[in-house]
Structure formats: structure tokens, C-alpha cells
Design a protein around this ligand. Structure first.
Ligand SMILES: C[S@@+](CC[C@H](N)C(=O)[O-])C[C@H]1O[C@@H](n2cnc3c(N)ncnc32)[C@H](O)[C@@H]1O
Length: 228
């Protein structure tokens, strides 16, 4: 798999194209929870990183950037309620199709969706205890990545966490096989494109500013962490 030797920035995810099939796109959002539950490890990230910085004495706030169909912020809202935290979550995505899909889901207490870029929240002077994203970093150009990290530093008063795939041959082969039973969506082709666009941990370390740490997560992931 020599094609995984370096990041492929010319491969574009179908879901990022404005004219992609809307029914397939909605099925993709609907299938994200399956993929995220299997590979993204957010419960571990909740327990290890987020929960320890929250307070039971006040209402906590979290911003999820590029939230797509919204299943990661919905899971965070559930875990917070179960663990006895008051957590208000704002889930933003600049894509109106993502915002429309997430907003059409049954309401989750404490969670609101909004169509926005992180820069708009910075301009409003918004702040949150925690800033998160899942599977967003590999979508971004170098300038967009540095903008997101700079915005995260301003928006997140305690912690910022950006979780993403890592570009490995084993991950590519396993994802290719595991997603065969998910037809009718962009999950398989966009997932494989995403892996081709993703960073290795050392590549990410080379481009993030001081204050950010890149941790490897099992299986085949990078977690970009900044503690304020
Ligand atoms: C692969 S989806 C991941 C969605 C969701 N976070 C998940 O894990 O299921 C990537 C999302 O990032 C969003 N996105 C793309 N460029 C962005 C940017 N510059 N800032 C914020 N979100 C962006 C897209 O609209 C898309 O919904």
C-alpha cells in the first residue's frame, strides 16, 4: 500500500462535495454512530480527559466542532447526565446539510446544534470549558487547521481535544472489510479517503503549535490535546 506513504490531499470526500447525493449523505450521517462507537473511543476520552476537568458544583460547557450528524455530542450529553454533571453542549458544523440532519434527531437535553464555523464563535467572544472535534482534522487545509487550533485556544478555557484517524495500512485494510455491510452511504468510500488524508502522529506533531500534545489512541488514532 505505497499510496499510504504520504497524505493524499487531492482525494476529496464525497460528503464534502456540495452536489453529492442527499439521500446517501443522510444515510452517512445515520451510520456515523456505528463507526464512531467502533473506532473513535469517545467513552474512554470522556472518562480519561473530559470528566476530570468538569465540576459537579456548576453548569459546565462544551463546544463540539464539525459535529456532522451529532452522535458524538449526543453521547457526551448522555454520559454527563449519567455521571451527575450539568453539561451544556453546543454542536456546530458549517455544512447546512449536517446541521439540518442533526437538528432533525430527537431532542437531547442540554444539547443545541448550530450552523457555524469556530471563527464565528470566537468573534462573538464565546467560551467553553471544553472544545472537541471528531474526524475533522483530516478535512482541513493547513490554514484551516491552524485556524481551528487557534480558535480552540481562544474558545476552550480548560481543555481542547481533537480526535482523528491515523493513516495506517492495517487500519485501511480493516476499515475496508468492516464497512462492506454498510451500502447506500458514503461511509466506506469516504472513510477510506479519510484514512488516505489523515496524519501520522509525527506528521501532526510537526504542524501543531506549542502547547498541543499528540497522543496515539488504539486503534489507529491520534488525539490532539491542549490543557489550558
Ligand atoms: C467526517 S465528518 C465528522 C462528523 C462528526 N464529527 C462525526 O465524527 O461523526 C466531518 C465534518 O467536519 C465538517 N467540517 C468540514 N470543514 C470544517 C471546518 N473548517 N470547520 C468545522 N467543521 C468542518 C464537515 O461539515 C463534516 O460534517
Amino acid at each position: 500500500m505505497a499510496f499510504l506513504a504520504s497524505r493524499n490531499l487531492t482525494a476529496i470526500e464525497e460528503m464534502d462535495k456540495p452536489d453529492c447525493d442527499p439521500a446517501k449523505l443522510d444515510r452517512t450521517y445515520a451510520q456515523f454512530p456505528l463507526v464512531n462507537r467502533s473506532v473513535a473511543g469517545w467513552h474512554r476520552t470522556w472518562a480519561h480527559y473530559i470528566r476530570p476537568v468538569l465540576s459537579t458544583a456548576r453548569t459546565n460547557t462544551l463546544l463540539d466542532v464539525g459535529s456532522g450528524g451529532g452522535d458524538v455530542p449526543r453521547a457526551l450529553a448522555r454520559w454527563a447526565a449519567r455521571d451527575g454533571f450539568r453539561l451544556e453542549i453546543t454542536a456546530i458544523d458549517p455544512d447546512e446539510r449536517a446541521n439540518a440532519f442533526a437538528s432533525s434527531r430527537p431532542r437531547t437535553p442540554g444539547l443545541r446544534y448550530r450552523r457555524a464555523f469556530s471563527s464565528e464563535l470566537v468573534a462573538e467572544g464565546a467560551q467553553f470549558d471544553v472544545v472537541t472535534s471528531n474526524h475533522v482534522l483530516h478535512h482541513l487545509s493547513p490554514d484551516e487547521l491552524s485556524g481551528l487550533l487557534s480558535d480552540s485556544e481562544k474558545l476552550g478555557t480548560r481543555l481542547a481535544l481533537h480526535s482523528d484517524l491515523s493513516r495506517t495500512r492495517v487500519g485501511f485494510a480493516l476499515f475496508s472489510v468492516a464497512t462492506l455491510p454498510l451500502p447506500g452511504s458514503y461511509i466506506r468510500e469516504d472513510g477510506l479517503t479519510s484514512i488516505r488524508r489523515s496524519y501520522l502522529a509525527d506528521e501532526l506533531r510537526a504542524v501543531v503549535p506549542p502547547g498541543w500534545r499528540v497522543e496515539r489512541q488504539v486503534p489507529f488514532r491520534n488525539l490532539l490535546v491542549r490543557r489550558a
